[in-house]
Design a protein around this ligand. Structure first.
Ligand code: AMP
Length: 496
């Protein structure tokens, strides 16, 4: 097995790796790093969780350690589709470059241009950006891309979903022809293939299979649910979610709850909070500081339930969660694989529970077709529809039901008694019901433009033959490699 020391990374980078506790490179790192260090273009077909970020940041830092940045002329450029992913890459740089003197700037929406301009003016070695914001800076004449020696495109398939491909092509045309390109995508849709054929030169192709194809450790289940009446379905569905969470009890240490629509993300998060569950939303319309706060809380274990949209959650490096609840069946089957891949990581057990209403049945069929298996039907923990349709019973669905016990997750150091008293979480009567009306009036959102582009993104998702690679001979995820950070966080989680 390859060791990090065989990869010939700079000694200062090696020191940071040792300090991060990494012992062996993951399969994508073992193959991509030597090629990148030789100056070759790399085409990495891999998704988050495989160690792909380090597979491009480590060689970049080693190469950039020589030389100096000039004002307004970054020496390298990393493009990521969302603010969170860009911020995550920046964090990785901080970790791995801590013994090397390199400057970096993060150009993302939701942050003032002024600060970003000042950073660019001082000269940066590494510029990490979302495509829209980068072009905004370029068009304002504040940025010159003619000194870029290494360019990274991360999560290209998500860029495609979000309509960023024209921006990416434009950026490719602005950087020198002689640059080195490191290009990563989870899938190779025809459009992505075209881009790589056009802009990469004889790349080293490294392919790592989707992790979730091997997610045998995830226990899956789906509940076929129909509201007692059409106008009550939404609130009854939220009640069902609470009952499902309660049924899991302490085994549910933390969870991501996925909704298809941003409006539902808000409604579900508010409804859960109202009933005393420790929940917060994350989606593209929330301001950046709120998104960061929510994610930090979830990562640190102080927030128990993250209610998320696919785009907001995709690619984020959050610790493995005990449960994934699919409040809706995703309308793109492959999103189901991404969603449930958040639990049961690295050979650990996880549980993925989905709610399917009659209008979701076609989507369920598609998911099962993709999985090539039937997801076991599980029983609903709440009353039957007949009981539900009794007027008194339905009233309890959202408006008059007393709050359940507070579900705030206890931190390691906190005694159980310190959890807030249930009375403190008594629900207000109306807000959620009102929002349901708003939600119903809105059309479904097939795609969620996430990154802070000033221009609207028209391109719809899906239907472009996302490859569903089923090859058996490829390395899966981190391969046999079990990173120590996963062991550690899991054990810590279990004892907290
Ligand atoms: P990524 O696929 O880049 O999002 O990385 C997933 C996680 O794996 C991150 O938390 C990294 O810090 C971690 N990681 C990356 N490479 C290694 C390695 N060689 N050993 C252990 N952990 C790693």
């Amino acid at each position: 097995m390859t060791k990090f020391s065989d990869l010939k990374l700079g000694p200062k980078v090696q020191k940071a790796i040792d300090e991060a506790g990494y012992v062996t490179p993951t399969p994508i790192q073992a193959e991509a790093i030597p090629a990148a260090l030789e100056g070759r273009d790399v085409l990495g077909i891999a998704q988050t969780g495989t160690g792909k970020t380090a597979s491009f940041t480590l060689p970049m830092i080693t190469q950039l350690a020589r030389g100096r940045a000039k004002a307004r002329m970054p020496r390298s450029l990393v493009l990521a589709p969302t603010r969170e992913l860009a911020a995550q890459v920046a964090e990785n740089f901080d970790t791995y470059a801590k013994h090397v003197k390199l400057t970096k700037a993060l150009l993302i929406g939701g942050v003032s241009f002024k600060e970003q301009d000042a950073a660019i003016d001082r000269g940066v070695d590494v510029l990490i950006a979302t495509p829209g914001r980068l072009l905004d800076h370029f068009e304002r004449g504040k940025l010159l891309l003619s000194d870029v020696k290494i360019m990274v495109v991360d999560e290209a398939d998500r860029m495609l979903d979000m309509g960023f491909i024209p921006d990416i092509e434009r950026i490719f045309s602005l950087v020198p022809f002689t640059r080195q390109t490191l290009f990563f995508s989870a899938t190779m849709a025809p459009e992505i293939e075209r881009i790589t054929n056009t802009f990469l030169s004889n790349p080293k192709r490294v392919e790592v299979a989707r992790q979730a194809t091997a997610s045998e450790t995830i226990e899956q289940g789906v509940i076929l649910f129909k509201g007692s009446r059409k106008d009550r379905q939404a609130s009854e569905k939220r009640k069902l979610l609470r009952a499902l969470i309660d049924r899991e009890g302490d085994a549910c240490s933390n969870a991501i709850i996925f909704c298809n629509r941003k409006t539902d993300v808000d409604i579900v998060a508010k409804s859960l909070s109202k009933y005393g569950y420790d929940a917060a939303p994350i989606h593209g319309d929330l301001d950046q500081s709120q998104r960061t706060r929510t994610l930090d809380g979830f990562r640190a274990g102080s927030l128990r339930f993250l209610v998320a949209s696919d785009v907001a959650a995709r690619g984020l490096d959050v610790p493995a969660v005990s449960h994934v609840f699919n409040f809706d069946v995703p309308s793109h089957a492959e999103d189901y694989v991404h969603r449930i891949g958040r639990t049961g990581r690295a050979g650990r057990d996880g549980k993925a529970i989905m709610i399917c209403t009659p209008s979701d049945e076609k989507n369920l069929e598609d998911v099962e077709k993709l999985l090539k298996k039937t997801i076991p039907r599980i029983e609903s923990p709440i009353a039957t529809q007949a009981e539900e349709s009794q007027p008194a019973a339905t009233e309890t669905a959202e408006t008059s039901e007393p709050p359940k016990r507070t579900r705030s997750r206890r931190r390691k150091s906190e005694p159980r008694e310190e959890a807030p008293a249930p009375a403190a979480a008594a629900p207000a009567e109306t807000p959620v019901a009102e929002q349901v009306e708003t939600a119903k009036a809105e059309p479904a959102e097939p795609a969620e433009p996430e990154a802070p582009r000033e221009k609207p993104q028209e391109k719809p998702r899906g239907g472009r033959g996302r490859s569903q690679r089923q090859g058996d001979d490829r390395i899966v995820g981190m391969g046999d490699h079990m990173p120590t950070f996963i062991e550690k966080s899991f054990d810590e989680r279990m004892t907290s």
